[in-house]
Design a protein around this ligand. Structure first.
Ligand code: SAH
Length: 248
Protein backbone atom coordinates (compact mmCIF):
# COMPACT_ATOMS: atom_id res chain seq x y z
CA UNK A 1 0.00 0.00 0.00
CA UNK A 2 1.56 3.37 -1.00
CA UNK A 3 2.58 5.06 2.20
CA UNK A 4 1.21 8.53 1.56
CA UNK A 5 1.03 10.97 4.41
CA UNK A 6 2.75 8.54 6.72
CA UNK A 7 3.97 11.33 8.98
CA UNK A 8 0.50 12.79 9.63
CA UNK A 9 -1.62 11.93 12.69
CA UNK A 10 -4.42 9.46 11.87
CA UNK A 11 -7.80 9.57 13.57
CA UNK A 12 -10.84 7.27 13.43
CA UNK A 13 -14.06 9.28 13.06
CA UNK A 14 -17.69 8.13 12.75
CA UNK A 15 -19.14 10.44 10.06
CA UNK A 16 -19.07 9.70 6.31
CA UNK A 17 -15.95 10.92 4.54
CA UNK A 18 -16.01 12.52 1.07
CA UNK A 19 -14.48 15.57 -0.61
CA UNK A 20 -15.50 18.69 1.30
CA UNK A 21 -17.07 16.81 4.22
CA UNK A 22 -17.01 18.92 7.39
CA UNK A 23 -15.95 16.91 10.47
CA UNK A 24 -16.32 18.06 14.08
CA UNK A 25 -13.99 16.24 16.48
CA UNK A 26 -15.31 15.19 19.89
CA UNK A 27 -13.87 16.40 23.19
CA UNK A 28 -11.03 13.88 23.52
CA UNK A 29 -9.89 14.05 19.93
CA UNK A 30 -10.13 17.88 19.95
CA UNK A 31 -7.98 17.94 23.08
CA UNK A 32 -5.46 15.59 21.48
CA UNK A 33 -5.19 17.58 18.23
CA UNK A 34 -5.57 21.07 19.71
CA UNK A 35 -3.75 20.84 23.03
CA UNK A 36 -1.51 17.77 22.90
CA UNK A 37 -0.30 18.01 19.31
CA UNK A 38 -0.99 21.77 19.38
CA UNK A 39 -2.09 21.72 15.76
CA UNK A 40 -3.56 24.89 14.28
CA UNK A 41 -5.78 25.96 11.37
CA UNK A 42 -4.37 24.69 8.10
CA UNK A 43 -2.79 21.71 9.83
CA UNK A 44 -3.23 18.36 8.04
CA UNK A 45 -4.14 14.89 9.31
CA UNK A 46 -5.58 11.67 7.97
CA UNK A 47 -9.12 10.54 8.86
CA UNK A 48 -10.70 7.11 8.36
CA UNK A 49 -14.06 5.63 9.39
CA UNK A 50 -13.76 1.98 8.38
CA UNK A 51 -16.04 2.51 5.36
CA UNK A 52 -14.78 5.31 3.06
CA UNK A 53 -11.02 4.75 2.94
CA UNK A 54 -8.46 7.21 4.35
CA UNK A 55 -8.91 10.93 3.73
CA UNK A 56 -6.44 13.80 3.97
CA UNK A 57 -8.14 16.51 6.06
CA UNK A 58 -7.30 20.12 6.86
CA UNK A 59 -8.06 21.85 10.16
CA UNK A 60 -10.59 24.65 9.55
CA UNK A 61 -10.91 25.65 13.22
CA UNK A 62 -8.69 24.78 16.17
CA UNK A 63 -10.22 26.08 19.41
CA UNK A 64 -9.50 25.14 23.03
CA UNK A 65 -12.62 23.02 23.20
CA UNK A 66 -13.25 21.88 19.66
CA UNK A 67 -11.47 21.23 16.40
CA UNK A 68 -13.17 21.23 12.99
CA UNK A 69 -11.80 19.74 9.82
CA UNK A 70 -12.61 19.50 6.15
CA UNK A 71 -11.90 16.29 4.22
CA UNK A 72 -9.87 17.33 1.20
CA UNK A 73 -8.73 14.28 -0.79
CA UNK A 74 -8.80 10.50 -0.53
CA UNK A 75 -5.40 9.28 0.69
CA UNK A 76 -6.12 5.53 0.36
CA UNK A 77 -9.08 3.51 -0.93
CA UNK A 78 -11.14 1.47 1.53
CA UNK A 79 -9.83 -2.06 1.94
CA UNK A 80 -12.34 -4.93 1.91
CA UNK A 81 -13.40 -6.30 5.32
CA UNK A 82 -10.96 -9.01 6.44
CA UNK A 83 -12.35 -12.54 6.54
CA UNK A 84 -9.81 -14.00 8.98
CA UNK A 85 -11.37 -15.00 12.34
CA UNK A 86 -9.11 -14.95 15.43
CA UNK A 87 -10.08 -16.69 18.67
CA UNK A 88 -7.92 -16.53 21.77
CA UNK A 89 -8.11 -17.28 25.46
CA UNK A 90 -7.70 -13.94 27.24
CA UNK A 91 -4.38 -13.32 28.91
CA UNK A 92 -3.64 -11.12 31.90
CA UNK A 93 -4.47 -7.49 31.15
CA UNK A 94 -0.93 -6.41 30.35
CA UNK A 95 -0.77 -8.70 27.35
CA UNK A 96 -4.44 -8.54 26.38
CA UNK A 97 -4.03 -5.19 24.67
CA UNK A 98 -0.89 -6.50 23.02
CA UNK A 99 -2.76 -9.51 21.63
CA UNK A 100 -5.69 -7.44 20.29
CA UNK A 101 -3.28 -4.91 18.83
CA UNK A 102 -1.27 -7.64 17.06
CA UNK A 103 -4.40 -9.36 15.71
CA UNK A 104 -5.54 -6.00 14.32
CA UNK A 105 -2.18 -5.30 12.71
CA UNK A 106 -2.13 -8.81 11.26
CA UNK A 107 -5.46 -8.27 9.56
CA UNK A 108 -7.95 -10.22 11.68
CA UNK A 109 -11.54 -9.35 10.69
CA UNK A 110 -13.12 -10.75 13.86
CA UNK A 111 -11.48 -11.00 17.28
CA UNK A 112 -13.23 -13.42 19.62
CA UNK A 113 -12.18 -14.02 23.25
CA UNK A 114 -12.73 -17.68 24.24
CA UNK A 115 -13.05 -18.80 27.85
CA UNK A 116 -11.28 -22.14 28.41
CA UNK A 117 -10.65 -24.19 31.56
CA UNK A 118 -7.31 -22.49 32.26
CA UNK A 119 -8.19 -19.00 31.09
CA UNK A 120 -7.03 -16.56 33.73
CA UNK A 121 -8.66 -13.33 32.64
CA UNK A 122 -11.96 -11.93 31.55
CA UNK A 123 -12.42 -9.24 28.91
CA UNK A 124 -14.41 -6.04 28.59
CA UNK A 125 -15.61 -5.59 25.03
CA UNK A 126 -15.30 -1.79 25.12
CA UNK A 127 -11.65 -2.10 26.18
CA UNK A 128 -10.86 -4.55 23.40
CA UNK A 129 -12.57 -2.24 20.90
CA UNK A 130 -10.42 0.64 22.12
CA UNK A 131 -7.24 -1.46 21.79
CA UNK A 132 -8.21 -2.44 18.23
CA UNK A 133 -9.06 1.14 17.27
CA UNK A 134 -5.77 2.45 18.61
CA UNK A 135 -3.87 -0.25 16.70
CA UNK A 136 -5.78 0.62 13.51
CA UNK A 137 -4.92 4.32 13.89
CA UNK A 138 -1.25 3.55 14.46
CA UNK A 139 -0.90 0.93 11.74
CA UNK A 140 -2.92 2.40 8.88
CA UNK A 141 -5.46 -0.44 9.13
CA UNK A 142 -8.63 0.82 7.44
CA UNK A 143 -11.11 -1.88 8.42
CA UNK A 144 -11.73 -2.17 12.15
CA UNK A 145 -11.94 -5.78 13.36
CA UNK A 146 -15.26 -6.76 14.93
CA UNK A 147 -14.80 -7.62 18.61
CA UNK A 148 -17.15 -10.48 19.50
CA UNK A 149 -18.40 -11.00 23.08
CA UNK A 150 -16.42 -13.62 24.97
CA UNK A 151 -17.92 -17.14 24.97
CA UNK A 152 -16.90 -20.51 26.46
CA UNK A 153 -15.01 -22.92 24.22
CA UNK A 154 -17.82 -25.49 24.35
CA UNK A 155 -20.28 -22.91 22.98
CA UNK A 156 -17.86 -21.93 20.22
CA UNK A 157 -17.56 -25.57 19.15
CA UNK A 158 -21.28 -26.31 19.43
CA UNK A 159 -22.25 -23.26 17.36
CA UNK A 160 -19.37 -23.32 14.89
CA UNK A 161 -21.07 -24.97 11.87
CA UNK A 162 -24.23 -22.88 12.25
CA UNK A 163 -22.27 -19.64 12.76
CA UNK A 164 -19.35 -20.22 10.42
CA UNK A 165 -20.56 -22.59 7.69
CA UNK A 166 -17.59 -24.12 5.89
CA UNK A 167 -14.94 -22.06 7.73
CA UNK A 168 -12.12 -24.25 9.04
CA UNK A 169 -10.76 -23.68 12.54
CA UNK A 170 -6.97 -23.84 12.69
CA UNK A 171 -6.19 -25.09 16.19
CA UNK A 172 -2.70 -24.25 17.49
CA UNK A 173 -2.16 -27.44 19.46
CA UNK A 174 0.81 -27.21 21.80
CA UNK A 175 0.58 -30.94 22.38
CA UNK A 176 0.87 -31.80 18.69
CA UNK A 177 4.05 -33.51 17.51
CA UNK A 178 6.46 -30.83 16.33
CA UNK A 179 6.07 -30.21 12.60
CA UNK A 180 6.02 -27.33 10.18
CA UNK A 181 2.43 -26.15 9.59
CA UNK A 182 3.17 -24.84 6.10
CA UNK A 183 1.58 -27.67 4.12
CA UNK A 184 -1.42 -27.90 6.44
CA UNK A 185 -2.09 -24.19 6.13
CA UNK A 186 -1.49 -24.26 2.37
CA UNK A 187 -4.11 -27.03 2.08
CA UNK A 188 -6.70 -24.49 3.34
CA UNK A 189 -6.11 -22.12 0.40
CA UNK A 190 -9.34 -20.49 -0.89
CA UNK A 191 -11.19 -21.48 2.29
CA UNK A 192 -12.41 -19.29 5.13
CA UNK A 193 -10.27 -19.92 8.17
CA UNK A 194 -10.16 -19.07 11.83
CA UNK A 195 -7.27 -19.43 14.24
CA UNK A 196 -7.60 -20.58 17.88
CA UNK A 197 -4.85 -19.89 20.42
CA UNK A 198 -5.07 -21.18 24.00
CA UNK A 199 -4.28 -19.55 27.36
CA UNK A 200 -0.99 -19.42 29.26
CA UNK A 201 -2.05 -22.69 30.90
CA UNK A 202 -2.72 -24.40 27.57
CA UNK A 203 -5.82 -26.41 26.64
CA UNK A 204 -7.08 -29.11 29.01
CA UNK A 205 -7.00 -32.71 27.79
CA UNK A 206 -10.79 -32.69 27.50
CA UNK A 207 -10.72 -29.47 25.45
CA UNK A 208 -8.06 -30.88 23.14
CA UNK A 209 -10.10 -34.06 22.62
CA UNK A 210 -13.23 -31.99 21.93
CA UNK A 211 -11.37 -29.87 19.38
CA UNK A 212 -9.67 -32.80 17.64
CA UNK A 213 -13.02 -34.60 17.34
CA UNK A 214 -14.50 -31.84 15.15
CA UNK A 215 -14.30 -32.24 11.37
CA UNK A 216 -13.97 -28.45 10.91
CA UNK A 217 -10.88 -28.31 13.19
CA UNK A 218 -7.41 -28.37 11.60
CA UNK A 219 -4.67 -28.84 14.23
CA UNK A 220 -1.23 -27.36 13.62
CA UNK A 221 2.06 -27.46 15.46
CA UNK A 222 4.09 -24.27 15.80
CA UNK A 223 7.38 -26.10 16.12
CA UNK A 224 9.34 -27.85 18.85
CA UNK A 225 9.18 -25.18 21.56
CA UNK A 226 6.24 -24.10 23.71
CA UNK A 227 5.57 -20.48 22.73
CA UNK A 228 3.89 -17.91 24.95
CA UNK A 229 0.30 -17.45 23.81
CA UNK A 230 0.97 -13.99 22.38
CA UNK A 231 4.04 -15.26 20.53
CA UNK A 232 2.04 -18.20 19.17
CA UNK A 233 -0.71 -15.85 18.03
CA UNK A 234 1.60 -13.59 16.05
CA UNK A 235 3.53 -16.53 14.58
CA UNK A 236 0.38 -18.36 13.48
CA UNK A 237 -1.30 -15.21 12.12
CA UNK A 238 1.84 -14.43 10.11
CA UNK A 239 1.94 -17.95 8.68
CA UNK A 240 -1.73 -17.85 7.70
CA UNK A 241 -1.50 -14.40 6.11
CA UNK A 242 1.73 -15.24 4.28
CA UNK A 243 0.65 -18.67 2.99
CA UNK A 244 -3.07 -18.26 2.24
CA UNK A 245 -3.98 -14.76 3.44
CA UNK A 246 -3.68 -11.20 2.20
CA UNK A 247 0.09 -10.94 2.28
CA UNK A 248 0.27 -12.52 -1.19
N1 SAH B 1 1.65 -23.66 29.41
C1 SAH B 1 1.20 -24.58 28.36
C2 SAH B 1 1.41 -23.98 27.00
C3 SAH B 1 0.47 -22.88 26.66
S1 SAH B 1 1.07 -21.93 25.32
C4 SAH B 1 1.97 -25.86 28.39
O1 SAH B 1 3.09 -25.85 28.95
O2 SAH B 1 1.48 -26.82 27.81
C5 SAH B 1 -0.35 -21.00 24.90
C6 SAH B 1 -0.98 -21.40 23.56
O3 SAH B 1 -0.08 -21.07 22.51
C7 SAH B 1 -1.28 -22.86 23.40
O4 SAH B 1 -2.53 -23.22 23.97
C8 SAH B 1 -1.29 -23.00 21.89
O5 SAH B 1 -2.53 -22.54 21.35
C9 SAH B 1 -0.17 -22.05 21.47
N2 SAH B 1 1.11 -22.72 21.32
C10 SAH B 1 2.23 -22.48 22.04
N3 SAH B 1 3.26 -23.24 21.60
C11 SAH B 1 2.78 -23.99 20.57
C12 SAH B 1 3.35 -24.97 19.71
N4 SAH B 1 4.63 -25.32 19.80
N5 SAH B 1 2.55 -25.55 18.78
C13 SAH B 1 1.24 -25.20 18.67
N6 SAH B 1 0.64 -24.26 19.46
C14 SAH B 1 1.41 -23.66 20.40
Amino acid sequence: MPRTHKSLPRLFVEPALSAGAAIELGKDQSNYIGNVLRMREGGELVLFNGRDGAWLAKITHAGKKSVSLEAVAEAAPQTPPADLWFGFAPLKVGRLDYLVQKATEMGAGTIQPIITRFTQARTRRDKLEAYALEAAEQCEVLTLPAIAPEIPLAELIANWPARHGARRLVFADESAASATPIDTIASLKAQSVGLLIGPEGGFSDEERELLLAQDFVVPISLGPRILRADTAAVAALALIQAIIGDWR
